[in-house]
Structures are given as structure tokens and as C-alpha cells.
Design a protein around this ligand. Sequence first.
Ligand SMILES: Nc1ncnc2c1ncn2[C@@H]1O[C@H](COP(=O)(O)OP(=O)(O)OP(=O)(O)O)[C@@H](O)[C@H]1O
Length: 310
Amino acid sequence: MIRFEGVRKSFGAARALDGLDLAVPEGAFAVLLGGSGAGKSTALRMVNRLVEPDAGRVLLRGRDVAGEAAPALRRRVGYVIQGIGLFPHWTVARNIAAVPRLLGWDERRIAARVDELLVLLRLDPAIHRDRRPAELSGGQAQRVGVARALAADPDILLMDEPFGALDAVTRQALQQEMTRLHAATGKTILLVTHDVDEALALATRLAVMADGRLLQEGTPRALLEAPADPRVRDLLDGGAFGMRRLAVVTASSLAAPVTEAPATLPRIPTTATGREALEAMLAARADAVVLVDAAGVPSGVVALRDLLRA
Ligand SMILES: Nc1ncnc2c1ncn2[C@@H]1O[C@H](COP(=O)(O)OP(=O)(O)OP(=O)(O)O)[C@@H](O)[C@H]1O
């Protein structure tokens, strides 16, 4: 759905992209990960033509973005940046409605869409609709930024370090929110970050970049299990390689099936990761955890030793 083909870009003497080839499948939550100066933001900003390539092409659904007028393109490509850039004197509703209004939607449709998006981002319309950005917390403002980017139902969502300015707790809450939103909307998302844990938490497809090129692309698990380049391994490792692997393995894949289990063992949802299983064991000082479904029925037990097989 998004394809970079041999894309090059220099800013004076600085080479930002040095022949980037990357394909992002339709419906993916793709994360560009890499150190500072790797070229991530430059690549992202080419998708909505905020930056033009010196050579190569960027294709959206098979069409070169260079062939589309930038304003039309930007209406079908949502864009979320750190610090959001909400208009400070406009209400939340007016900020979210900016693109629909440009597109000439009637007021009733706009009002309905604003409320729908506020609910989707878990903000109460009655409370937040008429607030100004200064009356929101950082996390709420960032949610409004996401709602605004989604307002006209774009084909894809670009996110450039969207949670960079937030505290760790808010950041994690918004990461979970984005995972839910991606599942609910099925949108293709391309997100830039230099935070490895954020990338592993969000990505269905992970693309690691260095020096303006792609080092490796694949599922987070594939990259953790078989890094194709020492730089990929170094970046993903950070001394916590085992823990990171556990974070991308489901606890249920390591569990022994059971229909009943000792009441003394801690319980976690069947959807939990191996890392969450380990955390639950450490918190309860237990050497196993029970996986339970939404009704609380046990489906499996994961023991500490099972985690070593992950
Ligand atoms: N508008 C610009 N003018 C001059 N140089 C630029 C411009 N944009 C990017 N660069 C340079 O291009 C290179 C790649 O920058 P880019 O912002 O794409 O990297 P990045 O991977 O997103 O890094 P960061 O995480 O630090 O933002 C850097 O050397 C940067 O200084």
C-alpha cells in the first residue's frame, strides 16, 4: 500500500535517505525504528509530500504521490506529530473538524463525526467538545491530535514520534489506545520512533533504518529471532533481549492446557504476553500463572521454566 522505491534525499551535504526500499502492506501498523538521523522522519514526510525525493518514488496504492496535488493528498493521509499543533484559540471540536469543514461537509455531519471520534479516543464529548487545547492534559491533547488526523477518514495515518513529549504512564496508555484503534479501524499506520519498546509494543511490521537505508523489515518477532544485521541486533538488544522477546510471545503459546488450576496461583488473561506472565509471577512470588478467559475460566498454566523456551 505504501512503497518506497530507491528513494534518495540530501539536504545540502547531509544525506538523509540513501536508496530506501520499503513496502508497507495494507492494514499494517508499520513502525520505522532507528537512531537519530537515520532518515525516518524524512521518509515519513515524503508520503504526504512535505518532502520531495531527489530520486526514486513513493507509491500509495500503486500511484506515485508526485502525480497527486499535495492538498488533495494530505486530505487522505492523516498526520500526527509530537506536540500536535492544535490551534490554541479553537475549541477541540473545531480543531477536529478542520479537514471535514475544508471538504464542505454539512454542520450536522461534522458535529456527529466530532462526537464519534471523541468517543473513539475515549474522551467524553459533553466534557471535551468545547474545551480549548490549553484546558487539556498532554495525553488528552494528543488524543485530539489523533482524532483530528482521522476526521475525514484518511486511507492512512502517519505518526512522527507522536508520544515523545508525554510522560511514561500517559505514553503507555496511548500506545494501548493506538493498538485498539488500529484493530478497530483497520487503517494502515506508519509511525516513526527511536524507542525500541514503543516499536515492539505497536508494530505489526517493523522496519529498522540506519544511514538513510533499510536494514531489515518484518514482524517484531522475526527481527528479534533472526536479526539480519549486527546493527539490528544491537538496536533491539539494549541488554534486555530476552525480556523483549518475551514481550512479543503470547503466554498461551507457552502454556500447558488445563481446565482447573490451584486458586493460590495468580491469574492473567489468555491474551497476555510472556513478559506479562513473568511480571505476574514476580509480583505474586509464584512460579506459575494461570491463564483465564473473560469469564474467568482457566485455559492453561504457564510455569517459570516454560518462559525459558520462549
Ligand atoms: N529540512 C532539513 N534541512 C536540513 N537537513 C535535514 C532536514 N531534514 C532532515 N535533515 C537531515 O537529514 C538527516 C535525516 O534526518 P531525519 O529527521 O529524517 O532523521 P530521523 O531518523 O527522523 O532522526 P530523528 O529521530 O533525530 O528525528 C539528518 O542528518 C538531518 O539533520
